[in-house]
Design a protein. Sequence first.
Lengths: 291, 289, 92
Amino acid sequence: MDKVQDNRAWFLIIPVFLIVAFSAILPLMTVVNYSVQEIFGPGQTLFVGTEWFEKVLADERLHDALFRQIIYSLAVLAIEIPLGIVIALGMPGGRSAKTSLTLVLLALPLLIPFNVVGTIWQIFGRGDIGLAGATFRALGFSYNYTSNSLDAWLTVLVMDVWHWTSLVALLAYAGLQSIPPAFYQAAKIDGASKWAVFRYIQLPKMRGVLVIAILLRFMDSFMIYTEPFVLTGGGPGNSTTFLSQYLTQMAVGQFDIGKAAAFSIIYFLIVLLFSFVFYTIITKTGSGEKQ
Amino acid sequence: MSKAAVLAPGSLASPANMRRSSARVSRRTIILIAYIVFLMLPIYWMVNMSFKTNEEILAGLTLYPHTPTLHNYITIFTDPSWYSGYINSIYYVTLNTVISLLVALPAAYAFSRYRFIGDKHVFFWLLTNKMAPPAVFLLPFFQLYSEVGLFDTHIAVALAHCLFNVPLAVWILEGFMSGVPREIDEMAYIDGYSFPRFFTTVFMPMIRAGIGVTAFFCFMFSWVELLLARTLTSVNAKPIAATMTRTVSASGMDWGLLAAAGVLTILPGALVIWFVRNYIAKGFALGRV
Amino acid sequence: MNFEWMAWTLPTALFFTGIASMLVLMTVWELVSPTVEAKGFLPMRTTRGDRLFIGLLGSAFIHLGWLAATDAALWGAFGVSLVWTALVIRFG
């Protein structure tokens, strides 16, 4: 690294620091303050110590939501990462009209507001007016995402795959694009198999971007809120109530602000832990490859 | 990772170019095409529905509008409670993009060129904000912005979205800036350029692709976000996405209108994406390929 | 702008003052004698700041674990956290 040591660089950081601190640190401090109090209304509070934390940690519904959340995030990763890689391998190369069109079509779902994604699938999946729902029924399945837990769960999962696999594919594609043609020529001369090319040339080159993809997909799926809220509202029952849903129910629905704040802090710590681990992996592997 | 190899994305050979066994290649292409069909079907269904009357929608499945109508779109474009939602959204998204770029450009330069006390920790702290669940911040955000008198203004949503867009902008721009050799900075300083002049006339043109991609990403993430935007607004700055949810629950299910509103939220993204299509993959890799 | 809406309490104020003074102290320490990346029992090379962060994050989870597992006074968790943080900063 040929960076210059100069603490005056802080002056360039100050605007960012102030703007993010305003939106991040003040609210975060407030959440910490709330988490140790019973909030009756503005200015009416009672200090309760760590009671909320104990309640949250012992909350059965929260354990269920956390369990569902982890299963969901793992399922998302298990489907989207391999599928994204396969799609990226099939993408046309070069700067042709075909490539441009593929890129634009792939990126399209990423640009749709989250609640519209929910709306699209709400319409698409309904048994009476939706293409998918009606097709399933015509084939003899009793598909109904509003009353059957499994159907609801699968619909939310398919919706996520639809929404975000493109992100993985585009990242993997960016990684593939960085492979010099000489690598492929060398492999061809050696008579390497398709699998060998993938395993020893393409996969190592995609490693960096795939870590980013896993990081982004894990974090975003771990925080998923709007899409299932629109599609299923967390139901039927609690089958699609993930952590963010439960948190919002607690804070807005039941106005349990102290408990919701304690929950938020635990949630934030979990995300912080994962972020730190992933971030360390990204930066350390990155610097490892440079040497 | 080699950054030099990426300065010309798209110009390099891709796996599809080495057709060793054409059967394999075509199988991959088939998967790609099947996936794109899967992507397009739900969108097509919504577009299809937006041109139908509610009678036709409820009467049964039709694969294309038999009695096509523009009625749903006319409703949106003539009713201020609908179209003002679009204007609000575009207003705060643009504001957010401008603010994010203005503050992120110097910061990204600092991160890409200098070592200073706490640099890595500030960088990581910025990223944690991108990763913090927005649900955590809803209530204090509401109170914070009420307290400073910004509730229900466009600037409030724009500032709130800075929480995740500024870190993202810094991250992407830093990636692109690190691809520019330091020697260029040093040459410019030797030639007598001041820092502001060098930055605006030499450096920024060199990373204009990066700036474009960053603007696109800020636009995109601000455009798709609903939770904070809905919490921080009530009437004057209400985004279109929130208008949609409220109208649906109030007036029963006006599917055609809902579909038309949805189609109109996709259009801005579809338009801007065309301009950055060749850099979008690199942008998604946060400038780090 | 007043900060009444933030609902401050003495313990949380002390907590944030503690964090803030740690950051100030670390900055001063850094200015006096710059840190060197070193490899301890943690799986990667770390600076002093990294180790402080790991110590604090670990402490948070120690406190949560204590709350979940026992009804004993939280000072126990605090003590364990101090030992853990000291260990990480010295040997991590």
